[in-house]
Design a protein around this ligand. Structure first.
Ligand SMILES: [Zn+2]
Length: 484
């Protein structure tokens, strides 16, 4: 190393050293105490109350509303006084009713079929038609075949359609539904992808828009049978759906706050979505994240010591329909987002924790490193990932340039049950679940106690660059959550 380079390196070290302060012994000790409190706390009991007590919690449903009231009461029971329900309006509420479907020819056979979320009901007696399979939803390709959809049931082969990545394909997919209706199709069917005709709850839209046609999903083996039968001639199916579609619906976000002692106007936010799909009981998506937020609140409230900055806790609604609750919150609180120092989100289930995803922010990774090394590593989650995703509620805060962290865990236990009827309490590993909560608690405390913000807010141009690199800008502009 030559002299000039050595000098530069030492200056760089001094400069970064200022940013990369290790938390002091007292802060570290309190962070460890909070982590310990989460480990010995009632996480599993609280999760059981939530999942077995309320079941699936579709946004705006009675189950979700009751769970929101229960969560508000939980925060109050921890001694937190500032607890409120903040509502936003979702374009449409939706309640699942009955669904039946069958193949009529070339063979009579009941199909493993349920309604797509936010599908309207069929007319009484259902819809019936020959199946037309679609594997590419590019507008030009569909338009050239307009005639072929009249009176038909359009079966969308989602594995093929989404192969280039859902982020790229979603706009064309959403635009295909009104096209099929206008071309005279009578129904839509999505093919599922898991063995044993297991269904993964889903809807056709980002946002709570109603499908313009009745839409169902069928199991993978049923879809394969239809596909093979089509090689020999026409296949006719029918299905009947009865759902409740009440129109615009109020949805609750639950917000609680512990006021800071020294910099109370500055706040960090710890959030997770409380809503879920309805096949299972929303245990790992996202009962575990919701309970981590509750547990961190309980542990901090029980400390007997106020944090330096305010800590806000949020349990969102509308996540499964497109991060609607967290997005609505950023819009309703635009005027105070400059005081939001960091957002910690948890929504990846109860797999063994790894650490945090920092959403492409090299500066945030650098700032987090000493916290990871001195506190989180010993809790079993000291890694940091630069991966950028817009699949959960840190996203809308990231768009505002706020340092946004998403808890990073082993995704295997989550993926196995994601949106399925098996997403239930019994799949949750108590130790890994509590380890995740402990990491959220310790991280929150260290960030809340540091007199300096963990990292600066970045401007619109810098956010745009991150989105462009992650190829998210087109989708987010299309769904109206980003203005380039
Ligand atoms: Zn989720």
């Amino acid at each position: 190393m030559n002299f000039r380079r050595a000098l530069m390196v030492s200056f760089l070290f001094l400069f970064l050293g200022g940013l990369m302060a290790e938390p002091n012994a007292e802060v570290r000790e309190t962070a460890d105490r909070l982590a310990g409190s989460v480990y010995i706390g009632p996480s599993m009991h609280t999760l059981r109350e939530l999942t077995d007590g309320f079941g699936g919690r579709l946004s705006g449903s009675p189950a979700h509303n009751h769970a929101a009231e229960w969560a508000a009461a939980k925060f109050r029971s921890y001694g937190i006084q500032d607890v409120r329900l903040e509502s936003f309006t979702m374009a449409n509420g939706w309640t699942r009713g009955t669904a039946h479907g069958q193949m009529l020819s070339p063979m009579a056979r009941t199909l493993h079929l349920e309604s797509l979320g936010w599908s309207p009901s069929t007319p009484a007696g259902g819809v019936k038609g020959e199946v037309v399979v679609v594997e590419d939803v590019a507008p030009g390709i569909l338009k050239a075949q307009t005639e072929k959809f009249k009176g038909k049931i359009v079966l969308l082969n989602l594995s093929k359609i989404l192969a280039p990545g859902w982020v790229k394909v979603l706009p064309a997919l959403e635009q295909s539904y009104p096209f099929f209706r206008n071309a005279g199709a009578v129904g839509l069917v999505f093919s599922d992808r898991d063995r044993n005709n297991v269904l993964n709850a889903t809807s056709g839209y980002w946002g709570a828009d109603l499908l313009p046609l009745p839409g169902a999903q069928i199991g993978m083996e049923d879809w394969q049978l239809i596909r093979r039968s089509l090689e020999n001639g026409p296949v006719t199916v029918e299905f009947e759906l009865q759902n409740v579609t009440p129109g615009p619906t109020e949805v609750q976000n639950v917000i609680a706050e512990i006021r800071g002692s020294q910099q109370p106007d500055e706040w960090i936010l710890i959030g997770a979505h409380l809503d879920s799909w309805d096949y299972g009981t929303g245990a790992q998506d996202n009962g575990t994240g919701s309970v981590m937020v509750l547990e961190v609140a309980r542990a901090i409230a029980a400390l007997g010591q106020k944090p330096r900055r305010s800590i806000r806790f949020a349990l969102w609604g509308g996540e499964e329909e497109g991060l609607l609750g967290s997005y609505a919150y950023t819009q309703a609180h635009l005027g105070e987002l400059s005081k939001c120092v960091a957002v910690l989100n948890t929504d990846n289930g109860s797999g063994h924790p790894k650490g945090w995803k920092v959403e492409s922010r090299e500066d945030l990774k650098t700032a987090m490193q000493p916290i990871s090394d001195s506190v989180l590593k010993d809790l079993g989650g000291g890694d940091l990932s630069l991966e950028t995703t817009y699949d959960t509620d840190h996203g809308p805060f990231m768009l505002q340039g706020i340092p946004a962290l998403d808890l990073w865990v082993d995704m295997k236990p989550y993926v196995e049950v994601h949106h399925k009827s098996s997403d239930t309490y019994d799949k949750v590993d108590p130790v890994d679940f509590k380890a995740g909560g402990a990491i959220v608690a310790a991280t929150a405390w260290v960030i809340a106690q540091d007199p300096k913000p963990i990292a600066p807010h970045i401007d619109h141009a810098a956010v745009a660059q991150i989105l462009k690199k992650a190829e998210l800008d087109g989708l987010l502009t299309f769904v109206g959550q980003w203005k380039p």
